[in-house]
Design a binder for this molecule. Structure first.
Ligand SMILES: [Zn+2]
Length: 325
């Protein structure tokens, strides 16, 4: 398989992944781009057996191409997983569990829900690069009925830190949105904001924020801190509005606190690839990251599956959830 080899459209997808064997081969090539490598002894020669199983010639360890990936111990054919990934990546706004259950004809809503959560785990590469300045940073509340108050927390609300690269210099456009990073933070304290920045924005970057005191110490961490009026954080507010619309539209706002991080990852995965000309490329990235991601058990999906779809609190629709500075 060549570099970045993926189907361009549904018809190509169907031709290419018509059999289980074709899916196994594709997965194998992505998992071991430089040839088989035994996870136990590091040996590089393996016998290909049936159904995606390999036998290490050195230590006789048997390994499945799916073991240790998000497809770990799945009982469903890879073909169905591939269909799920194609569906998830070919829809601009993604899909919810009910939609996935219908399209794949899965017997249970619970299975569809778990699959989406497994796939979301694969949507973030741990080694991803940090954003580079100029970057706007702000926070917003997700969930709950009324806007929350900064620094104090609010009932049923989740605070999310948002960092957005300002690409306007690069692109020559008035509002140039580059890559984004989103993360749930416990509160808007200096500690929480500094660790969000350390994880997501490269040191030396110019960071624009409003006048919130929590941002004051970031200069110590090597950022060039520029304080602007809140209303001037235009690209951040636009990103937040899109995030909230997406949560409402695709998930009807039915996001549980413990799972919000994964929804944020999904939004980021899509958003940062929004300019990608081919949906097939998203599919390729998702599979590539799926074989690199650690497996996840049902128990690990914190919060568990909601009993029935769309039963949770609505997402706040205000574009900025904060009321005081
Ligand atoms: Zn081995």
């Amino acid at each position: 398989m060549g570099m970045e080899d993926y189907p361009r459209n549904l018809s190509e997808f169907r031709d290419r992944f018509a059999t289980e064997e074709a899916c196994i081969e594709y997965l194998t090539a992505l998992r071991w781009p430089n040839g088989f490598k035994c996870p136990k002894c590091g040996g590089s020669s393996g016998w290909k057996m049936s159904r995606g199983l390999f036998l290490c010639q050195e230590c006789r360890y048997q390994i499945s191409v799916t073991s240790g990936t998000i497809f770990h111990q799945t009982r469903k054919p890879l073909r169905v997983w591939f269909e799920a990934m194609w569906h998830v990546t070919s829809q601009k706004y993604g899909t919810n569990a009910l939609g996935l259950q219908r399209i794949l004809g899965l017997g249970s809503y619970h299975t569809a829900w778990q699959w989406l959560h497994r796939l979301r785990r694969a949507m973030v590469r741990p080694e991803r690069e940090r954003l580079m300045g100029p970057v706007e940073v702000d926070e917003t509340y997700i969930g709950g009925e009324r806007p929350g108050k900064r620094g104090r927390g609010a009932d049923n609300k989740m605070l999310v830190a948002v960092a957005v690269e300002d690409d306007s210099v690069l692109t020559g456009k008035a509002k140039g949105i580059g890559r984004i990073r989103l993360s749930r933070i416990p509160n808007a304290s200096a500690d929480a904001l500094r660790s969000f920045l350390a994880e997501n924005v490269a040191s030396g970057s110019q960071v624009r924020t409003d006048g919130w005191l929590g941002y004051e110490p970031i200069i110590v961490d090597g950022y060039e801190h520029v304080v602007v009026e809140s209303r001037k954080l235009v690209i951040t507010h636009l990103t937040i509005a899109l995030l909230k619309r997406w949560l409402l539209g695709t998930y009807q706002g039915a996001v549980q606190a413990q799972q919000l991080d994964y929804y944020l990852d999904e939004f980021t995965f899509r958003f940062n690839r929004r300019k990608s000309a081919s949906r097939g490329k998203l599919f390729y990235r998702l599979i590539q990251q799926s074989v690199a991601a650690n497996p996840v058990s049902a128990r690990e999906i914190v919060g568990g599956c909601p009993r029935k779809p769309m039963e949770n609190a609505a997402t706040s629709t205000s574009s900025s959830g904060k009321t005081e500075i």
